[in-house]
Design a protein around this ligand. Structure first.
Ligand SMILES: O=P(O)(O)OC[C@H]1O[C@H](OP(=O)(O)OP(=O)(O)O)[C@H](O)[C@@H]1O
Ligand code: HPA
Length: 183
């Protein structure tokens, strides 16, 4: 029977829970300022953004609404399939609304470039992006991101919403996985 504790599968912690919380507080203060006089709709991208949406929204002190989309490009592995699909659309009509997309990670940037052009076609008052993590390759699919928590090295990481094969999302830090996990 494999060890049920997540920690036995980790090699290196890249970001601690404290670092994540501190950065979230800084970003939440900037978002408060930006949307002080606007009715902002936070759009979380399922499933990975659940953690950042919950923590960011509670670090904010202004009113906000929330909605969710599910988009898939990764299947169950570590490589983007390159094909982006909407699995669940918004419940909200965003025409004339100020939309802030909340993401866990921008890796290739494919998911967000598709999502942002899709949202813009619905004629919102504005669309901005907040992502907790960003990988170097994101620069290739130019998406204009207003708030980035952390720039990460180009390796596969898990935790704080990020999964491998559906697991590790509930890790409170961000870490790399041991080779035995992939074999
Ligand atoms: O910039 P990209 O290369 O497109 O990658 C980023 C996307 O990949 C992950 O989603 P995934 O499709 O794995 O779904 P999940 O959130 O349910 O894990 C992540 O949550 C982003 O939405
Ligand atoms: O490094 C990653 N980890 C988990 N999910 C991801 N989706 C894109 N990049 C990653």
């Amino acid at each position: 029977m494999e060890d049920a504790h997540i920690s036995s599968d980790l090699v290196r912690v890249i970001l601690t829970e404290d670092q994540i919380n501190q950065r979230l507080a800084e970003i939440a203060a900037q978002i408060d300022e930006e949307y002080r006089d606007k009715d902002v709709l936070l759009v979380g991208v399922l499933t990975g953004a659940v953690m950042v949406m919950a923590d960011l929204s509670r670090a904010m002190t202004i009113h906000c609404s929330m909605d969710w989309m599910a988009i898939s490009s990764y299947g169950s592995g570590t490589q983007s399939s390159g094909v982006v699909r909407i699995l669940k659309d918004l419940n909200t009509d965003i025409s004339g609304r100020h939309v802030l997309v909340v993401e866990d990670i921008i890796d290739t940037g494919l998911t967000l470039s598709y999502l942002v052009s899709n949202l813009r076609s619905r004629e919102p008052a504005s669309v901005e992006i907040m992502t907790m993590f960003r990988k170097p390759e994101a620069a290739e699919n130019a998406v204009d991101v207003k708030w980035v928590g952390f720039d990460l090295p180009n390796e596969f990481v898990v935790g704080y919403g990020l999964d491998y094969a559906g697991k590790y999302r509930n890790l409170t830090s961000v870490a790399t996985l041991a080779p035995h996990v992939y074999s």
